[in-house]
Design a protein around this ligand. Structure first.
Ligand code: SF4
Ligand code: SF4
Length: 363
C-alpha cells in the first residue's frame, strides 16, 4: 500500500512498513546516522537521525519511526542541528584518536558528522585514552576502544550477518564498553575473524589489522573472490600497484558486505615471492626423456601454456590408450565456475573415457 508523506516540503511516496529514514533515503534525502545501517536491525540509540514531525511532540528517531499517511517531517531544523551537535560533542568526550591512519584512509562516518555539525569538546577538556591500542590478539581485527562510541553495530553485525554472537555490551555507566564473549579475547569467544564487525564499525574502533598505517589506496578494483565457488565480490584497494586492503562492496550481488576470513584477509598470496605465475613441467618431460624421480631431469622448469597443455594431453592420451580410461581420475575444483566443472565432466567421460571424476569439496 502506498503511503504519502512530506519530508522537507517534498512530497514523498513510501510503502507501508517502511520507516521515515528508509523513505527519505529512497528519495535521496540524507538524514545523518551512526548506529543505523540498512543491513542491521535498527536500535535508535545514537539519536543522530532525529527528526521533527508536525503535531508530534519532541524529536523522534527516524530509523524507528514508521511512515504514516499525511506525516509532515523536517530533518534539518536549527533545533535538530543543535541537538546533533550536542550528541556528537558528548560522544567526543569519550573518544580519542591516536593518529594512526584510520580505516581505509578516508574520513570515518563519525569524523564526517563531527565535522559536518562542527561538534567540539567543551573548552579546556581533552579526554585521555582509556584502553590499549590493538587491544586484542586477534591476528586480523584491530581493536581500539578509545574510538568506540557504543553504537553496537559490531554486536549486531556479528549476530545478524555472521551468526557468531561474539560481541556484547559489558559494564555500566561511564565504564560501559563492548566485550568479546565473557570478556575474553575474541578468538576465545568463537570469533571466526570474518571482519564483519570491522566493516560495519563507523569509527575505526574495530579495523583491519593488516591494513593499519597502510594509508589511502590510489584505486579500488572490484573483483570476484578466488577462494570458492560462491562468487562473492569485494573491492581490492590498490596503492602503488600493491593490494593493501580488501573492503566490502555493498552492491555485491551475492554477498553484500559479507565476506569470510579468506576473502577479506587472505590476499598476501597476490604479491608473495613463492607464487607461481606460469606453468611448470618436469625437465625430463620437456626434453621427452625417460621418466626419472631425482636429479636435474626431475627439476621443475618454467614453460608456456601451449607446451604444458600439449605434454598433459599427450600423457593422458598415452595412458588412456595403454591402460584404459578407468586408469585415469579427474579432480576438479570449487575455484572453477559451474560451467568449467561441467566441461571437465564432459572431458572425463567422453574424451578420457573415465567415470572417475570428483570435486575438491569431497576430498
Ligand atoms: S570478526 Fe566476524 S566473527 Fe569475529 S567478532 Fe567480528 S563479526 Fe564476529
Ligand atoms: S566498536 Fe565500532 S561498531 Fe562497535 S560499538 Fe564501538 S563504534 Fe560501534
Amino acid at each position: 500500500m502506498p503511503v504519502h508523506l512530506t519530508i522537507n516540503d517534498k512530497p514523498v511516496q513510501a510503502h507501508e512498513g517502511q520507516t521515515v529514514l528508509e523513505a527519505a533515503c529512497a528519495h535521496g534525502i540524507v538524514i545523518p546516522t551512526l548506529c543505523y545501517h540498512k543491513d542491521l536491525s535498527p536500535v535508535g540509540s545514537c539519536r543522530l537521525c532525529i527528526v521533527e514531525v508536525d503535531k508530534l511532540r519532541g524529536q523522534v528517531a527516524a530509523c524507528n519511526l514508521p511512515v504514516a499517511e499525511g506525516l509532515v517531517v523536517h530533518t534539518e531544523t536549527p533545533a535538530l542541528v543543535q541537538s546533533r551537535r550536542t550528541v556528537l560533542s558528548l560522544l567526543l568526550q569519550n573518544y580519542t584518536d591516536a593518529g594512526y591512519t584510520s580505516h581505509d584512509g578516508h574520513t570515518t562516518e563519525f569524523e564526517h558528522w563531527v565535522r559536518y555539525y562542527e561538534a567540539r569538546l567543551p573548552d579546556g577538556t581533552s579526554p585521555a585514552p582509556r584502553y590499549p591500542l590493538d587491544g586484542d590478539p586477534n591476528p586480523f581485527i584491530w581493536v581500539d576502544l578509545n574510538k568506540c562510541i557504543l553504537c553496537t553495530r559490531c554486536v549486531r553485525a556479528c549476530e545478524e550477518v555472521q551468526g557468531r554472537f561474539v560481541w556484547g555490551v559489558g559494564e555500566r555507566g561511564s565504564y560501559t564498553r563492548i566485550i568479546a564473549g565473557a570478556d575474553t579475547a575474541m578468538l576465545e569467544a568463537r570469533c571466526e575473524s570474518c571482519g564483519a564487525c570491522a566493516a560495519y564499525c563507523p569509527t575505526g574502533a574495530l579495523d583491519h589489522k593488516l591494513s593499519i598505517r597502510q594509508g589511502e589506496a590510489d584505486r579500488k578494483v572490484t573483483t570476484t573472490c578466488t577462494y570458492c565457488g560462491v562468487g562473492c565480490q569485494f573491492d581490492l584497494n590498490v596503492k602503488n600497484g600493491k593490494v593493501i586492503r580488501v573492503t566490502s562492496n555493498p552492491n555485491a550481488p551475492v554477498n553484500g558486505m559479507h565476506l569470510c576470513v579468506k576473502g577479506r584477509y587472505g590476499y598476501d598470496f597476490i604479491h608473495h615471492p613463492d607464487r607461481l605465475t606460469g606453468p611448470r613441467v618436469r625437465r625430463y618431460l620437456l626434453e621427452e626423456g625417460e621418466k626419472v624421480l631425482h636429479g636435474p631431469a626431475w627439476d621443475w622448469v618454467e614453460t608456456d601454456w601451449n607446451t604444458a597443455l600439449d605434454i598433459t594431453a599427450r600423457k593422458l592420451a598415452a595412458t588412456r590408450d595403454h591402460y584404459g580410461g578407468s586408469s585415469i581420475g579427474v579432480l576438479t575444483s570449487a575455484k572453477c565456475l559451474n560451467e568449467e566443472n561441467y566441461l571437465m565432466n564432459k572431458l572425463a567421460r567422453q574424451v578420457l573415457g573415465t567415470h572417475n571424476i570428483d570435486h575438491c569439496a569431497r576430498l
